[in-house]
Design a protein around this ligand. Structure first.
Ligand code: ATP
Ligand code: MG
Length: 212
């Protein structure tokens, strides 16, 4: 089973949004997908509860301590929505459970600053747990022609982890969440700009570059 974790110690950067959309992406591709929610806020499980029965099935896994025990054995992909404010021993435990970590970052000075500290902690941990987890950063909720997006773009280009994709700020994400869907499951005429933006992220996830 492949473990893809969406993680950033910073709150509100889009972890649950990315986790649910990654799960929906793989499910629509025909993979057996499980979605583990390690956050007591249970946003991913809430999304799953909204998912219509006629959509590609995604199995839900609750809780952190007993989470992986309940992960369906036949799942191809386990997407993990991790809680904010994970540091130290808790973060080390999370990192041990993943081969791939996606780090969403918002166009905001506060978020970039917090992410710098977090990425350093993550890189140090990666050496300690000797797992060679592959980490990729994704700019989230970007708005074209804003100075702060230029700053984020420059920051992620220079960051010590690969800069995989930039996703726009769009109501499609809000709409899709409300309906228990991913943006890949919205009509093409609405969601094609988001599909285009996701292409480098899904290509990375499918490639050996995101796997140890
Ligand atoms: N690309 C986007 N476009 C528009 N809204 C977005 C986008 N990404 C996230 N959001 C919105 O931003 C808010 C925070 O996103 P989300 O809950 O996914 O973040 P989180 O990192 O999981 O937060 P927490 O740390 O509280 O778990 C939500 O209201 C979500 O709908
Ligand atoms: Mg969340």
């Amino acid at each position: 089973m492949r473990h893809i974790m969406v993680l950033n110690a910073k709150g509100g950067c889009g972890k649950s949004t990315l986790a649910t959309n990654i799960a929906s992406y793989y499910a629509t591709q025909g993979a057996a997908v499980a979605l583990a929610d390690y956050d007591p806020q249970r946003s991913s499980l809430d999304w799953l509860a909204r998912r219509p029965d006629d959509r590609a099935r995604i199995a839900g896994v609750a809780g952190f301590e007993d989470g992986l025990k309940h992960a369906p054995r036949n799942a191809d992909i386990l997407v993990i929505d991790a809680p904010a404010r994970s540091h130290g021993a808790e973060l080390a435990d999370l990192v041990k459970h993943a081969e791939t970590i996606v780090v969403p970052v918002l166009p905001s000075t506060i978020d970039m600053q917090a992410t710098s500290t977090f990425l350093q902690e993550l890189k140090d941990l990666n050496k300690v747990v000797k797992k060679q987890v592959k980490i990729g950063a994704v700019a989230n909720r970007v708005r074209d022609n804003t100075l702060i997006y230029d700053d984020l773009d420059e920051y992620l280009t220079k960051a010590r982890v690969p800069y995989i994709a930039a996703l726009r700020d769009a109501q499609n994400y809000v709409r899709a969440y409300t309906r228990g869907l991913g943006i890949f499951e919205l009509p093409e005429y609405l969601a094609w700009p988001d599909w285009d933006e996701w292409a480098p992220l899904t290509a990375w996830l499918r490639s050996v570059r995101s796997q140890p």
